[in-house]
Design a protein around this ligand. Structure first.
Ligand code: UD1
Ligand code: CA
Length: 447
């Protein structure tokens, strides 16, 4: 079994935020979420997060164990606090990663764990990820002796010659558990920051004749540690590009990935086309051959196939196949739309059910309503669902003609095949097949 310790107790002062750094979001998920997902993907079964006071209460939603590091005395101290929490296991492996590296991949983590056990890593106490980076950099420098890693020096403790080294410590490690437990007891805060550096374990291992195996990462973005909001935006851009690339490979056309905003865990069917300035979020499920955007926002939305959503907002709602929405429509509050419905310009629909073939083409508000099959809702129709105290329901039958500018004063029911004239104010139920008009609406003479 492989364990991981995730360091996340640091204050993250450069974010200038009231929130813990690792809770800041990248494409709709906290940074910490990505790190935990990558660890699990790499085969880690047990994750222990080192947290501060603020994070302590939030930890449960990540489904991982946590341990409080009351005082942040350094990365080495944080690991010691975590190890004290975990029962020792002979021959165990421990991955240590930081909670502020949302772009880390499961492949890199798996490679690091694998290096400990690989023939070349035979007997290694530690594998660590290194990466070439442009200078200057705040990352710790990898000091080598020949091809072997000898020690890591932090920037604030480095000589000018050491600062010129462009191989950095990514801050991702795999350890032999027993060797790590032994080494952390010898860490001393004798450095420029008076902290217990986890990185000092490298020199400790080398000094006692143990091997430290480097894993050279090819892309420094994968190990980007987010320290401020500029880096947060960089991480978002990279993560979004990855998400778009994945969906494009699965058959989705994204006209401009840089102007399309996706999140993890979305489903988007093949041959769907996404036009610019469109965001899809919160576990939305989009069918095949849909057209989204330009300028669309879909959040917790479920769409069938061949649905068009242009310049519109769909939140917490589901839409059947062959439906057109927009431009400039707003669906929300558990609205359920069946197949072949048309929702046109400037229409708001809240917590309503629209059956097959309904048309609401222009300038309408339907709230707490249910509309039967093939009914046409004329321009300017309003469900007056709020009486100042509570929300009331409107029920409209099938094949009904609701005339332009009808006000439906709820609670009210309009029967199947009924008709309301233009400008009707409907305050009483309209029986099946009846035609009404006026304010208040009264039955018209039978044809
Ligand atoms: C650390 C490494 C550095 C490496 C860099 C990569 C050390 C001493 N240095 O530096 O070599 O290049 O990461 O990003 O390890 N944390 C705690 N408790 C603490 C201190 C830190 O949980 O007491 C956590 C932080 O929340 C953060 C992580 O550990 O997630 C790294 O700490 P940070 O202070 O950012 O270390 P760096 O200076 O970046
Ligand atoms: Ca850092």
């Amino acid at each position: 079994m492989i364990r991981a310790i995730v360091l996340a107790a640091g204050k993250g002062t450069r974010m200038k935020s009231a929130r813990s750094k690792v809770l800041h979001e990248v494409c709709g998920r906290p940074m910490l979420w990505y790190v935990i997902r990558a660890l699990r993907g790499a085969g880690v079964e047990e994750v222990l997060v080192v947290v501060n006071d603020e994070l302590q209460g939030e930890r449960a939603r990540f489904g991982v164990a946590g341990v409080l590091q009351a005082e942040q005395l350094g990365t080495g101290h944080a690991v010691k606090v975590a190890l004290d929490e975990l029962p020792p296991r002979q021959g165990g492996r421990v991955v240590v990663a930081c909670g502020d590296m949302p772009l880390v991949t499961q492949e890199l983590l798996r490679g690091t764990i694998g290096t400990l056990d690989a023939p070349g890593g035979q007997g290694a106490a530690m594998a660590l990820v290194t990466v070439k980076m442009p200078l200057p950099s705040n990352f710790g420098r990898i000091v080598r002796k020949g091809s072997d890693v000898e020690r890591i020096v932090e920037v604030r403790d480095a000589t000018p010659a050491e600062l010129a080294i462009d191989e950095m410590n990514a801050g991702i490690y795999a350890f032999d558990e027993a060797a790590l437990r032994d080494a952390v007891t010898r860490l001393r805060p004798d450095n420029a920051q008076s902290e217990y550096y986890l990185t000092d374990t490298v020199a400790d291992f080398v000094g006692s004749g143990k091997r430290v195996a480097p894993v050279v990462a090819t892309d420094h973005l994968h190990v980007l540690g987010i320290n401020d909001r500029v880096e947060l935006a960089e991480a978002r851009r990279e993560m979004n590009a990855r998400l778009c690339a994945q969906h494009m490979r699965d058959g989705v056309t994204i006209v401009d990935p840089e102007a399309t905003y996706l999140e993890p865990e979305l489903e988007i069917g093949a041959d769907t086309v996404i036009y610019p300035n469109t965001s899809v979020s919160r576990l939305s499920q989009i069918g095949g051959a849909c057209t989204l955007g330009p300028n669309a926002r879909l959040s917790n939305a479920r769409l069938g196939d061949r649905v068009t959503v242009r310049e519109s907002v769909v939140m917490d709602s589901s839409i059947g196949s062959d439906v057109n929405v927009g431009p400039f429509a707003h669906l929300r509050g558990e609205t359920v739309v069946a197949e072949r419905v048309h929702i046109g310009n400037f229409v708001e629909i809240k917590k309503s059910k629209l059956a097959r073939g309904v048309k609401v083409s222009h300038l309408s508000y339907l709230g707490d309503a249910s509309v039967g099959e093939e009914t046409n809702v004329g321009a300017g129709t309003i469900t007056c669902n709020y009486d100042g105290t509570k929300k009331n329901e409107t029920t409209i039958g099938s094949r009904v003609s609701i005339g332009s500018n009808t006000s439906l004063v709820a609670p009210v029911t309009v029967g199947d095949d009924a008709l309301t004239g233009a400008g009707s104010v409907v305050t009483k139920d309209v029986p099946e097949g009846e035609r009404v008009a006026g304010n208040p609406a009264r039955p018209l003479p039978k044809k």
